[in-house]
Design a protein around this ligand. Sequence first.
Ligand SMILES: Nc1nc2c(c(=O)[nH]1)N[C@H]1C(S)=C(S)[C@@H](COP(=O)(O)OP(=O)(O)OC[C@H]3O[C@@H](n4cnc5c(=O)[nH]c(N)nc54)[C@H](O)[C@@H]3O)O[C@H]1N2
Ligand SMILES: Nc1nc2c(c(=O)[nH]1)N[C@H]1C(S)=C(S)[C@@H](COP(=O)(O)OP(=O)(O)OC[C@H]3O[C@@H](n4cnc5c(=O)[nH]c(N)nc54)[C@H](O)[C@@H]3O)O[C@H]1N2
Ligand code: SF4
Ligand SMILES: [Mo]
Length: 864
Amino acid sequence: MTQDSREKRLDSVLNMNRRSFMKTAAAGAATTAVAGMVELKTAKEAKAFAYEPYPRDDQLTTVVTSCAHNCGSRHMLVAHKQGDVIVRLSTDDGRFQKNGAFGKDTDEEPQLRACLRGRSYRSRLYSPERLLYPMMRVGERGEGKFKRVSWDEALNFVASKMLAIKQQYGPQALLDQSYAGASYGVLHKSDQIEGLLGRFLGMFGCRTNSWSVPSYQGTTTSSRWTYGTIEDGNEDDAFAHSKLIIMWGWNPAYTFHGGNTFYYMRKAKQNGCKFVVIDPQYTDSASAYDAWWIPINPNTDAAMMAGMAHYIFDNNLHDQEFIDKFTQGMDEGTMPEWAKNSPNGTENFKDYILGKYDGTPKTPEWAAEVCGVSAEDIKKLAHMYATTKPAALKASWAPGRNAYGEQYNRMAAALQAMTGNIGILGGCAEGVGKGWHAEAVAYPYDQYANVWYASIKSDRWAHIVLNYPNVSREEAGLWPRNDQLDGVVPNIRGIFWQGSDWFNQLTNINKEIQAIKKLDLVVCMDSTITPSGLFADVLLPVATHFERHDAALPWYKGHYYIHRPKVIEPLGESRTDMQIFTELAYRIGDLNPQGYGMFGKTYNPKANRDYWINPDPVDESYLSDWWHNKVMHHQHVDMSWEEFKQRGVYKFTFDKPHVAFREQIENGKPFQTASGKIEILSSELAKISDWKRTRYGYHVPSIPKWIEPWEWLNSPKTKDFPYHMISPHPRWRTHSIFHNIPWLRETYEQEITINAADARKLDIKNGDIVEAWNDRGKVVMPAYVTERCMPGVVVLHEGAWLDVDENGVDRSGNPDFLTLDEPSPAGAFAYNTVLCNIKKSDLTHRPGWDKLATARSHVFRRDL
Ligand SMILES: Nc1nc2c(c(=O)[nH]1)N[C@H]1C(S)=C(S)[C@@H](COP(=O)(O)OP(=O)(O)OC[C@H]3O[C@@H](n4cnc5c(=O)[nH]c(N)nc54)[C@H](O)[C@@H]3O)O[C@H]1N2
Ligand SMILES: Nc1nc2c(c(=O)[nH]1)N[C@H]1C(S)=C(S)[C@@H](COP(=O)(O)OP(=O)(O)OC[C@H]3O[C@@H](n4cnc5c(=O)[nH]c(N)nc54)[C@H](O)[C@@H]3O)O[C@H]1N2
Ligand code: SF4
Ligand SMILES: [Mo]
């Protein structure tokens, strides 16, 4: 085909009005809602309306699918359709699985019942903020002014810009900021490591990767150092067997970590299990389990744990047999020979705790000064933990999302090991806590995944852009390479967002706002007009998981697969991510046939160019291959792909609960570490002498230690900024997703939680509008005054949609205007290492750009 005729064909293909766009008047008509900035043509009248009338079940067809995103779990959604419109969503009622019957719900095969977010998904699908057409920026970057363009124009613009940037600036100029918005699908994946964007930019030959994960880089690094794997999690049903559950910085009532956690924890409670919560807030989990609440100064968990370890050693309550058999470096007797001559590995953990090296025994009294918990309580908890068997110390990720967060998780692992609670039913070794191993990717990801030319600590991008070329490799957190690009700090000229709202979710947004101005290309691929999208040059509308074919994976816990058929046709002109990357690859090949002639075919080997028109047969083929070759072959599932598609779910049943490291403890299988042991002394760290050449950049002790954070309640900075702000995850949102959902918004307000005594000092009453600020930024929101939060600490949930005024003040109450963009050496984001001040404000809070959502929780709290 000549270039000319191909262009013509594509022209007609790409600009074809394939569907009378909009069976969804709701979506079309209201896309003006981004502060009135986006103007679209009026949509055709709808044949069915997404919200009413309310049809009877026998008038509807039923399709099983799953909910989505990086939300802490993965549940079934059942779509009830009229024509091509979803009019109702329900959830698992037992009947879809093998041998299922209506209502089936057993311990072995519990229902995968959706939470309120999932059940509201219909209003996300048809939301006014839904991105329906490609758009290009017309105003200044960040001004939020866009015009609708054809796919042709948008894709050609991106393809030619990519080529120009790569040619001028080399293979590191484009930054991959894909994240987990769609990481729990098998085929349509957004992810830093296995995602579609990484594969696309890597194959194109121009990619800077973002290696540290916001969720749990401290925890991940700790789990890998200690156990050699992040699969250190039990399945949820194991909780039912615990006699003591310590929820350390863990609030599963809000922040999901698996689908049926609460169900099994309730069973534990019924069996007489005791519960403890260590958290600056008295959480709903604390109240649900009538737990002993131990409020703790944020960022001081490693110190409190060290105090517990001291008590346990001092009273000889540790499990010496377990220590001798399974650990390295817990005490002098478990130190390896080689460590004596290592640059960083001569110390053992017990002697550190007893104060042999620094003259400071880490007694409960010492710890009390640091963490604000009384020595009595530290001793009492240590005693409970060491003498109750089995006991689950579930050390969640938030206390690791801190300066030196990795030390907290390592310290927790030391406690888990010294009490012999690893590899046994009812105990807990988590860490990251990934449970059963899912077959996570469909071909073609197995090939060319994760090729990069520079890889930075993810929240350093703005710092690098603003200071280039005066940035050192350790400041950037560069991952080492074995070639001439080792240590070369990238000159970042463009950013891609796919499955990520990172501009809204990373740290120190004011710095990001400065940095983004300097770039040559910003591309946002999303199904929603997001706060990040407002800072893009090009918005590419992406079909949601209801509008494409895939299979869903559990989120860290759970052992099942859920089928995701294409439930409805893609809304507007949206295309799947896979279609967009495939077509972009072909276009780059058109523009530069010598260099990239095969790009499209290599990127998506099963597809031809007509994939843009109809992706279904190719997607089906990838997925059925995945099911046959991986699920059936590797995991010995005997259900056929056809049957799976017909039922919608496959739940594995195990003959006993899945417990991490059971094999190691029961049968002596080596751990996946260098020594084959649980490494309290990390072999890797012990051998490092030149820190600058590592991805850490700075010294990390080879054993768990308490290290003072940069800012916290005991630092001099409290003179100006006396409150420690933590920013946990919201119950009503998945990060920023669902912020614009009116049904959910009725249940909450983006508010800052403050202790009643602090509020009185500041003359702040419940519902008053307040501002919180530090030297990085200022945010405005209502106050929630309560005694459920300890004095000196304020709580502001992450994920509000940023809304900056002309003075740079964020009126939405997004905590990332106050967070610090300096990660911990091991890469942990320091989201919870924040001091600020707070006062009553005359400024107005703006709860969202969405016109429909209204927060009403204050109505119910008025008389508090
Ligand atoms: N202050 C503070 N900030 C935090 C945190 C904190 O604790 N405190 N937590 C951090 C953590 S742990 C995380 S994980 C991050 C989350 O940061 P993000 O991953 O940026 O947050 P999400 O809001 O989940 O954004 C995901 C985006 O992906 C889009 N998306 C979903 N599915 C698809 C798809 O199939 N294709 C495409 N192209 N897009 C899709 C969604 O519409 C959404 O806009 O936030 C971090 N931010
Ligand atoms: N509903 C909902 N569930 C989610 C998500 C969501 O956005 N919404 N996101 C998912 C994702 S991507 C992730 S990474 C996980 C995150 O899971 P987690 O990290 O467990 O969750 P967080 O909500 O950040 O924090 C949990 C608790 O830690 C407390 N905390 C904060 N700082 C400290 C501290 O320094 N010390 C102590 N002891 N406690 C502290 C908070 O008050 C909070 O109650 O959640 C997942 N689940
Ligand atoms: S927990 Fe997650 S997957 Fe489950 S229904 Fe809620 S938002 Fe959806
Ligand atoms: Mo996360």
